[in-house]
Ligand binder design. Sequence first.
Ligand SMILES: NC(=O)c1ccc[n+]([C@@H]2O[C@H](COP(=O)([O-])OP(=O)(O)OC[C@H]3O[C@@H](n4cnc5c(N)ncnc54)[C@H](OP(=O)(O)O)[C@@H]3O)[C@@H](O)[C@H]2O)c1
Length: 244
Amino acid sequence: MVVMIVITGASGRLGKELSKLFPDAATPTHRELDVTNEKNVSRFIQSASPEVVIHLAAMTSVTECETEKERAWKINVTGTLNTAKASAKAGAYFMLMSTPCVFSGKGPFMEDDTPYPENFYGLTKIAAEISVLAISTNSVIIRANFVPKEKWPYEGAFTDRWGTYLFAEDLAKEIKKIIDLRKTGVMHVAGDRIMSMYELAKLCPDSEHVKPISYTKYLENGGCRLTQDMTLGSNHWQKTTISA
Ligand SMILES: NC(=O)c1ccc[n+]([C@@H]2O[C@H](COP(=O)([O-])OP(=O)(O)OC[C@H]3O[C@@H](n4cnc5c(N)ncnc54)[C@H](OP(=O)(O)O)[C@@H]3O)[C@@H](O)[C@H]2O)c1
C-alpha cells in the first residue's frame, strides 16, 4: 500500500493530534511496527513508499529511561536510526520530534545552542538528533514542550520548572505547517508565554486538584535530574500562542 505519510508513535499524546491533521496517514501501532526491528522498519517503509515520515515513537518517561538505559537507547536511538535510514532510502522527508531536555542551564535555548542533557532521556534524544542529521539533509528536527489538553494526570506540578509550553493540539498545527513547507535542520516551536509547570497544569481542564510542588525538594528526595528551565526561543519559527 503506497501512502503519502507514515507516523510512528501515532497512539501517543502528540501522535493522536497529528493523526487528526493527517487523516490519510499510515499509523502502524507499536505491535504492528516495532521501530527497533531494522528489517521490519525497512520493509514497511519500502512498501509504503511515503513522501513524509513523522517519527514520534520513543520511550518518553525520564525515570524509565534512567532505570532501563539499554531499552531506552534501543528505542530512542537505534529506533530512530532504523526509521531515518529506511526513510532516506525511500527518498522520504523525515521529521524527528525532539525536546528541550537536550539542554541544561538557563534558557531561552536557541536552535544552535550547545546541548548538555541532564539525564539519559535527554542523551538518547540528542544522539537520535545527530543520527538523523548525519543520515539525511532532507529532514527536520523539531524541539518543543507540550502536554495534552486534558486533566493533569498528577497530584502536583512544579512551581520552579519552566518552559514555553504548548498543548499538543497547538504544536501539531505548527508541525503540519513546518512539514508542508518541507523545512530542514533544527527548529524550535516555542509557546509565547514562559510559565511554570504549575501554571500550565492550572490551564488544563478539570485540574483544580493540582497542588504546587517544588523541583528542589523533589531532587532532595532522590528524584531524577530534569531540565529545570525548558524555555525555548527560535531563530527560524514564530512564537505560537498557547490555546488556553
Ligand atoms: N511529551 C513531552 O513532553 C515531549 C516533549 C518533547 C518531545 N517529546 C517527544 O515527542 C515524541 C512523542 O511524545 P509523546 O509524549 O506523544 O509520547 P508518548 O505519549 O509516550 O507515546 C510514545 C509512542 O511511541 C510508541 N512506541 C514506544 N516504543 C516503540 C517502539 N519500540 N516501536 C514503535 N512504537 C513505539 C508508543 O506506543 P505504545 O504506547 O503502544 O508502546 C506510543 O505510541 C517523542 O519522541 C518524545 O520524545 C515529548
